[in-house]
Design a protein around this ligand. Structure first.
Ligand SMILES: *[C@@H]1O[C@H](CO)[C@@H](O)[C@H](O)[C@H]1NC(C)=O
Ligand SMILES: *[C@@H]1O[C@H](CO)[C@@H](O)[C@H](O)[C@H]1NC(C)=O
Ligand SMILES: *[C@@H]1O[C@H](CO)[C@@H](O)[C@H](O)[C@H]1NC(C)=O
Ligand SMILES: *[C@@H]1O[C@H](CO)[C@@H](O)[C@H](O)[C@H]1NC(C)=O
Length: 329
């Protein structure tokens, strides 16, 4: 069952049972929630009905299963949540979905106790002011399908431990201050992975192992990555639709890169990529392309779509020519 269906069914279960009073909040979970509330430094109205000795399954932002265990915690769009996330989060052992997003005053690290939440399917920490490292303990959350740690101020390396999460469909770490290289342990672990690492400070080459992962989308734009990235492509990459390498220091020959049939959006602009554009590019039903600011040369392949894009997406290369650029000499 997909995690989305699971979540929706939980919400309906929650709504259906609310009026019948079937829940009995587990005391361990209630205590953990109260600790989380009191760890924040102000008395947030967001948690105003989180009151001791009341039924915690009816508290706002919380969803329970039929045993009264807290399985969902979603806190979003509140600027009265001020301070840091309590390590007591790790005591909500039955959590399946944890989301904290659009909380501008949520600061500090992700507690390493997060590694105790082994039933978690979705972890979504997006657009807050959190910082510190990405905890390696996340590698223990074997059931995780969706990992979003995005648009915060997280720093340090991407823990290699994340490659143990073989059920991931989304690994999104964009919009942070992550440094170092992409771990060599990544790859071959997933059947349909959206890997978005853009807007960080990653460097070094992309490990070849990533070429074995079944990626659906990959964006590493706006980093300082270098070397060859041609192995990301290949006609065997049957689920790959989007590739963005934009604004890095990649340097490889594009001429003989074997482009997958499903490719829809390709952005390799602002690198040092050389050679010519692969012939096959002319046959793909692309929705967008940008190969500008590289060292490409030769005739732009003819075919169904390329000539309809703006010339600016092909500009500033060594000697590309042909529609939509001026004819070759
Ligand atoms: C927190 O706010 C609630 C009302 O939302 C109030 O009843 C309670 O006394 C406040 N607690 C503190 C410590 O200020
Ligand atoms: C919370 O964030 C808002 C910005 O959305 C800011 O104006 C406000 O001062 C912050 N509150 C505290 C207590 O830091
Ligand atoms: C991020 O959160 C802020 C409030 O803190 C909000 O104004 C902004 O629209 C959010 N950004 C996105 C992309 O949702
Ligand atoms: C792969 O995942 C994407 C979401 O990133 C989804 O839209 C797509 O349908 C999935 N494809 C397959 C073949 O499962």
């Amino acid at each position: 069952m997909s995690s989305f269906v699971l979540l929706v069914s939980f919400f309906f279960y929650f709504l259906n049972n609310f009026s019948e009073g079937k829940f009995a909040c587990h005391p361990n979970d209630r205590n953990a929630l109260l600790q989380i509330k009191s760890h924040f430094i102000n008395n947030a109205s967001t948690f105003s009905n989180w009151v001791p000795n009341t039924e915690c399954c009816y508290w706002s932002n919380v969803g329970c299963d039929e045993d009264g265990r807290v399985v969902i915690l979603v806190v979003n769009d509140a600027d009265d949540v001020v301070g840091q996330l309590s390590p007591a989060i790790g005591d909500l052992r039955y959590l399946q979905a944890l989301r904290f997003w659009n909380l501008p005053n949520l600061t500090g690290p992700i507690p390493s106790t997060i590694g105790k939440l082994t039933k978690l399917l979705i972890l979504d920490i997006n657009n807050n002011s959190m910082s510190g490292p990405i905890p390696k303990e996340l590698g223990r959350l074997k059931k995780l399908e969706q990992l979003f740690i995005t648009s915060n101020k997280f720093s340090g390396y991407i823990p290699p431990d994340l490659s143990r999460l073989s059920n991931l469909v989304y690994l999104h770490l964009f919009g942070n201050k992550l440094t170092g290289s992409i771990p060599a342990s990544f790859g071959s672990f997933n059947t349909n992975l959206s890997l978005l690492l853009y807007d960080n400070q990653l460097s070094g080459p992309i490990p070849k192992s990533i070429g074995q992962a079944k990626l659906s989308k990959v964006s590493v734009s706006n980093n300082q990555l270098s070397g060859d990235a041609s192995f990301l492509f290949g006609s065997d990459k049957t689920v790959l639709t989007d590739v963005s390498l934009r604004n890095n220091k990649f340097k490889f020959d594009f001429s003989n890169v074997d482009l997958p049939q499903g490719l829809r959006n390709l952005d390799i602009a602002h690198n040092m990529i050389y050679g010519s554009l692969p012939k096959r590019l002319g046959q793909l039903p692309l929705q967008s392309i940008d190969v500008s600011y590289n060292k490409l040369c030769g005739k732009i392949p003819t075919g169904r779509r390329l000539k309809t894009f703006s010339p600016s997406f092909f500009a500033h290369n060594k000697c590309l020519c042909g529609a939509p650029l001026p004819p070759c000499k």
